[in-house]
Write a protein that binds this ligand. Structure first.
Ligand code: C2E
Ligand code: MG
Ligand code: MG
Ligand code: MG
Length: 282
């Protein structure tokens, strides 16, 4: 009887769950169309050298403009795209667009040759056979040197210790492509991957940066991360810098680079060229 009751309960119609499933299904269908029609857009957020304010890189962030729900942010569609596999095609589009855009900016920017573009990667993309060739092709068709591209990986990707992924990362490293750990400190990190994988950069998650000015513990933690990076010869980038106070504290503890609303929101590509002109002049 208990089992039957449990079962009945399980099957009972739950309006909010039903709506959730319908929405999800609808979103999944429009995702399919959006991927086919390349309906996505990229925004770029500058990565800045804290001591000079100079823009050294741009991080590509995906946006999905929809007629029904306005512009959707990645938290609404990236996980879904990973589940359905659409991330492979979407990710290829991001890689291609970001390298093409950077090539155009490098041609006009005063900082020219130093400017890099960062592209976020999901585990599913890295597991796809031919991933290294995809990166190579994007570099070839944009004409960018491999060092102009930085791939951002999350700790969860590396904790899987997938041999095929690790071999691909080594191949990319040999090619000259940069590798960054995104949201550093938020995953299950054993830190051993920092020793074993060819990582160039640590991006300190914005959850550490947020309270840095009022929490001595957070400041010490961030200081520790910056020291780990320095010890291993990696560059450190602080995410989510919103105030001058945060910037100064980060610079004080030796964090060289940062990004956040203090400097700029993620911008449409048309606005990036202007920003480069006014910021990197001379
Ligand atoms: P992320 O790579 O850690 O990107 C940083 C996120 O922080 C971005 O959110 C950015 O808009 C936001 N942000 C930047 N400055 C500030 C700040 O000062 N304060 C605060 N509170 N937030 C700030 P966004 O654009 O919504 O992207 C969220 C996440 O979605 C990204 O986190 C990244 O993991 C993922 N993502 C974005 N584009 C792609 C993509 O093309 N492919 C994949 N696989 N993931 C992507
Ligand atoms: Mg990122
Ligand atoms: Mg991040
Ligand atoms: Mg994130």
């Amino acid at each position: 009887a208990a089992k039957a009751a449990g079962r009945r309960q399980w099957c009972r119609f739950q309006p909010h769950l039903h709506t959730g499933m319908m929405e999800r299904r609808a979103l999944q269908l429009s995702l399919e169309e959006a991927v086919q029609g390349a309906e996505f857009r990229l925004r770029y957020q500058p990565i800045v050298e804290l001591s000079t304010g100079r823009i050294v890189g741009l991080e590509a962030l995906a946006r999905w403009p929809t007629s029904q729900h306005g512009v959707l942010l990645p938290d609404r569609f990236i996980a879904l795209a990973e589940e359905t596999g659409h991330i492979v095609q979407l990710g290829a589009w991001v890689l291609e667009s970001a390298t093409r855009d950077l090539a155009a900016w490098r041609a006009t920017d005063a900082a020219g040759g130093e400017l890099r573009v960062s592209v976020n990667m999901s585990a599913r993309q890295l597991r796809e056979p031919g991933f290294v060739d995809l990166v190579r092709d994007a570099l070839a068709s944009s004409g960018l040197p491999p060092g102009a591209l930085l791939l951002e990986l999350t700790e969860s990707i590396l904790m899987g210790r997938d041999e095929n992924i690790e071999a691909d990362l080594l191949a990319l490293k040999e090619l000259g492509v940069g590798l960054a750990i995104d949201d550093f400190g938020t995953g299950y990190s054993s830190l051993s991957y920092l020793r074993e994988l060819p990582i160039d950069m640590i991006k300190i998650d914005k959850s550490f940066v947020r309270d840095i000015a009022r929490s001595p513990a957070d400041l010490r933690l961030t200081d520790g991360i910056v020291r780990i990076a320095a010890t291993l010869g990696l560059s450190a980038v602080a995410e989510g810098i919103e105030s001058a106070e945060q910037r100064d504290l980060l610079a004080d503890i030796g964090c060289r680079y940062g990004q956040g609303y203090l400097y700029s929101r993620p911008l449409p590509p048309e606005e990036v060229a202007d920003l480069l002109r006014t910021t990197n002049r001379g």
